[in-house]
Design a protein around this ligand. Structure first.
Ligand SMILES: Cc1cc2nc3c(=O)[nH]c(=O)nc-3n(C[C@H](O)[C@H](O)[C@H](O)COP(=O)(O)OP(=O)(O)OC[C@H]3O[C@@H](n4cnc5c(N)ncnc54)[C@H](O)[C@@H]3O)c2cc1C
Length: 342
């Protein structure tokens, strides 16, 4: 395994922040992960794990080893009449996996088409889009313990999935490096087309009877229209999570803001954070090269040479406005790395 020094992370984070890692390596196997851990222990270096860097805010140069997880491979490990269990290397590109499952008549991931990033990062925040979350197709994952080097299997319950959340963002944060994810996919599609504009998009595509491929295509087309492409404008997708509040609090806010957008989820209501931000006047805001996207206020953007501090400064101001106007707290979705930030 090769360790590079003073390595630029600019092409490895979707915001395009121009920071460096003191050391960089790419892990193609579980042995490589263990070699990297040994390297860090022997040299007393911190370790930062990266997939494709599409959900991180890198504030400054990293004074340790940045390890890219590049483990590849897909294997069907079990099947019955209705389902297939597919084990996938953590370094596989998520959207390529979605396409591969559709080409192989395996279903469940179609609404998660075109989410950037790797398979190994998907359980970290239980990726979700268009009414579906990873947890619906998740079976288990294998991860190397950062302390002992031991390979541990986590089943679904142990991952404690929530909305953009898992145990790996909470109690087990930075404790494990995911090497493989096993998904349980259906042999027959159960299409979910009720969310957002999927149905309208299918109609505009001329689809009369939808199948899983056309749903994935519809989701991809909507996403391409609504979200800035990080290859063109740096961003990390939604910068904030949608706040989840009680029906009572929702009703209180509704008195003053009858148009507020909220989706009932059992005892709670999920509020569209983008709407809150837009109401506070931030949509399309720009200060030098840092800003808020002009089509989607939930997405903070780097137009070229912004650094993470400029983006975080705007994020902080947005949080204050939303707090002042709605008495609601916004939570940052991507993981922020920098001195003094956990
Ligand atoms: C344009 C755009 C749109 C997006 N849309 C969505 C969306 O619709 N839904 C959604 O949920 N997310 C969305 N995201 C966020 C992002 O795509 C997901 O969070 C994705 O899973 C991140 O994958 P990654 O490989 O880039 O992870 P990274 O950004 O590299 O890492 C994210 C975190 O996971 C950790 N991590 C990564 N890999 C591993 C591993 N193998 N083992 C242990 N820890 C690991 C990292 O240390 C880091 O803390 C979007 C991002 C962008 C840029």
């Amino acid at each position: 395994m090769q360790f590079e020094t003073e390595y630029s992370l600019k092409p490895h984070n979707s915001f395009g922040f121009d920071v460096k890692a003191s050391f960089w390596a790419s892990a193609q196997s579980i042995d490589d992960i263990r070699d990297a851990q040994r390297f860090c222990q022997e040299n007393s270096l911190p370790l930062l794990v990266l997939g494709e860097g599409s959900n991180v805010v890198l504030v400054e140069n990293y004074p340790g080893l940045v390890l890219k997880i590049a483990i590849q491979g897909k294997a069907i490990i079990k099947a019955d009449e209705a389902k297939v269990w597919l084990k996938v290397g953590a370094g596989e590109h998520w959207h390529s996996l979605v396409q591969w499952t559709l080409d192989n008549d395996l279903y469940g991931l179609e609404n998660l088409a075109l989410i950037p990033g790797t398979v190994g990062a998907a359980p970290i925040q239980n990726i979700g889009a268009y009414g579906v979350e990873l947890q619906a197709s998740f079976y288990s994952l294998d991860a190397v313990c950062r302390e002992t080097g031991e390979l541990v299997r986590f089943n679904k319950d142990e991952c404690d999935f929530g909305y953009r959340d898992s145990v790996f963002k909470g109690a087990l944060r930075d404790r494990y490096i995911i090497s493989h994810v096993t998904l349980c996919l259906a042999k027959t599609p159960d299409l979910k087309t009720d969310y957002g504009d999927i149905k309208t998009e299918l109609v505009s595509m001329g689809v009369v009877v939808a199948d899983a491929k056309s749903v994935a295509e519809a989701v991809a087309r909507i996403r391409q229209r609504k979200l800035p492409d990080p290859e063109v404008i740096g961003n990390a997708g939604s910068f904030f999570k949608n706040p989840i509040i009680s029906h009572e609090k929702f009703a209180q806010i509704q008195v003053k803001y009858p148009n507020i957008i909220g989706y009932a989820e059992g005892d709670l209501v999920k509020i569209a954070a983008g709407w809150l931000i837009e109401q506070c006047g931030w949509k399309g805001y720009r200060s030098n090269d840092a800003g808020v996207h002009d089509q989607q206020s939930l997405v903070l953007v780097n137009y070229g040479n912004a650094d993470a501090r400029q983006i975080l400064d705007i994020a902080q101001k947005i949080c204050s406005s939303v707090r002042d106007s709605f008495d609601l707290e916004l939570e940052v979705e991507p993981r922020v790395y920098g001195v003094g930030v956990r």
